[in-house]
Design a protein around this ligand. Structure first.
Ligand code: ASP
Ligand code: MG
Length: 401
């Protein structure tokens, strides 16, 4: 089999851990696999490099940042290759450029446009283990680019797609995707299989095992994606097409997002163009609006509420204060959180949302906002009830181990 493995920062966080990864890779090679190994920088390294740059200026040029940041992954790629060579394995380290990864020009947030797989294929044909520095490529002018934070996952998936690998295995310090955060609910279970769409909903809500863009790409390219631990053996979680999942469960997971803040606008005039103005201006400031509710207007005015990430709240305030339209009043609440229930089974079953609402009601937890998609029900509630709500919902949908 041709496998792409990706090892995250914690998995390569020290020389001993790189040695551990080398042993695992060696074992996979001994089992007869062809291997491309993508690595992240050692944990903390990318942040350290950013701090170095910020010693000089808060706004370093993005072009120079890319040269700087891409160095972290090169350190691990070369060290892992050296570790494997010292064990007698034929390994070869490649930078993004050497691995043929071509991106657009968007420094520090580049997109992969194409991969010239020839160098990797030649090395594989010679029986070599190919080690690629993740998170980076070059643009058409030959400048180094990086792919955005967490971008090594994206490198791995893109390489798996370009090489038509049999699977892409993402190794971190957790052994898969759980029905909820085990630190909140110790009865959480590891999920064996989950669909791309459910994974995207869970990831964007804080289950930070896989970078979102990489899951989107895996879905587009239909790549068998595994989340596994580099510290233990085990099958991990397979992220795949909905149709490949035999046993459909109603709800796959419960996710808590504590990073939300609520904005409420009162007595907003109820006429065409207001919502357009508000949300266009927020979008122009790159503020990610999540839940939105608007009431039916009474006497020509209405109330409008929405949530934004807490880190964007000050910006959102500024935008709203600068609006041309009349707004009767506004308030902002940081003490909220968002609890979401995710599952493809909702598509074909009624009553999933009702069950969530009655579960919270039974414990007297007030729901401030609701939003739904085909496979998700989200509720904004008071921050102090977040963990409790997760545990109640986890039990209500029969997810407890
Ligand atoms: N080292 C980069 C980061 O910390 C990329 C990655 O780890 O995937 O964001
Ligand atoms: Mg990472």
């Amino acid at each position: 089999m041709l496998l792409v493995h990706k090892y995250g920062g914690t998995s390569v966080g020290s020389l001993e851990r790189i040695e551990n990864v080398a042993s695992r890779v060696a074992k996979a090679k001994d089992a007869g696999n062809d291997l491309v190994i993508v690595v992240s920088a050692m944990s903390g390294e990318t942040n350290k490099l950013i701090e170095y740059a910020e010693y000089f200026t808060k706004t370093p040029s993005k072009r120079e940042m890319d040269i700087l940041l891409s160095s972290g992954e090169r350190v691990t790629a070369s060290l892992l290759s050296i570790a494997l060579q010292s064990k007698g394995y034929d390994a070869i380290a490649m930078t993004g450029r050497q691995a043929g990864i071509i991106t657009d020009d968007l420094h520090t947030y580049a997109r992969i446009e194409s991969i010239n797989t020839q160098p990797m294929q030649d090395a594989l044909k010679e029986g070599k283990i190919v080690i690629v520095a993740g998170f980076q490529g070059i643009n058409k002018n030959g400048c180094v680019t990086t792919l955005g934070r967490g971008g090594s996952d994206l490198s791995a998936v893109a390489i798996a797609g370009a090489l038509k690998a049999d699977a892409c295995e993402i190794y971190s310090d957790v052994d898969g995707i759980y029905t909820t955060d085990p630190r909140i609910e110790p009865k959480a279970k590891k999920i064996d299989m989950i669909s791309y769409d459910e994974m995207l909903e869970m990831a964007s809500m804080g289950a930070k095992v896989l970078q979102n863009r990489s899951v989107e790409l895996a879905k587009k390219l239909d790549i068998k994606l595994y989340a596994k631990s580099s510290f233990s053996e085990g099958e991990g979680t397979l992220i795949t097409k909905e149709n490949n999942i035999m046993e459909q469960v109603l709800v796959s997971g419960v996710v808590l997002d504590k990073n939300q803040a609520r904005v409420t606008l009162r007595n907003v005039s109820d006429k065409p163009g207001i919502a357009a103005e508000i949300f266009t201006k927020l979008a122009q400031e790159n503020i990610n609006v999540d839940m939105i509710i608007q009431n039916v207007g009474i006497d020509g005015s209405t109330n409008l509420g929405f949530t934004v990430p807490q880190s964007d709240l000050e910006n959102a305030k500024r935008v709203i204060e600068g609006l041309e339209h009349d707004i009767g009043g506004m308030d902002f609440d940081k003490n909220i959180c968002k609890v979401s229930v995710v599952g493809v089974g909702m598509k074909s079953h009624a009553g999933v949302a009702a069950k969530a609402f009655s579960t919270l009601a039974a414990s007297n937890i007030n729901i401030e906002m609701i939003s739904t998609s085909e496979i998700k029900v989200s509720m904004a509630i008071s921050a102090k009830y977040g963990e409790l709500a997760v545990r109640l919902l986890h039990e209500a949908y029969g997810l407890d181990a």
